[in-house]
Design a protein around this ligand. Sequence first.
Ligand code: HEM
Length: 129
Amino acid sequence: MLGRTGPITAPPATQTTGSGDTQLGRNLYPPAPDMRSSATQQMSDGELFYIIENGIRLSGMPAWASGHGEEDSWKLVHFIRHLPQLSFSEQKEMENLNPKSPAEFEEEKEEENFLKGEDSHEKKPPHHH
Ligand code: HEM
């Protein structure tokens, strides 16, 4: 899903799975809620929509109303509804879409190479003609 702040897959304050356990989400006061919890899931679609459009006063939750249509916010409501039933492959797919630092990117590449049986640190033998 394309978020208004970039290619997000979950509200950035709430982590890939919507748990809220990120550095940003944890350090807000009040903390960003777990999107999968019954407290959030018991809210009506209209309530979730209203919060996304208007934000929550005196908290870290900004208003996201764009001024050009409400479709994106309804999509986010559906997305939040789906979070408690994420499959493993959906979770992996979303993790891959999260922004990565160059260091994280490098680490992941090395991990992949290692799993493929290649040691990325190993020096290639010198090339002879
Ligand atoms: C049921 C309550 C809430 C819902 C449904 C909700 C939903 C969302 C959604 C859908 C976004 C992403 C919007 C987009 O990118 O287009 C968002 C972003 C955000 N929310 Fe909430 N939120 C809730 C409560 C809160 C609370 C209580 C806080 C903080 C105390 C919070 C902090 C944030 C922050 C900081 C962002 C933006 C992060 C960034 O772009 O870096 N939210 N929220």
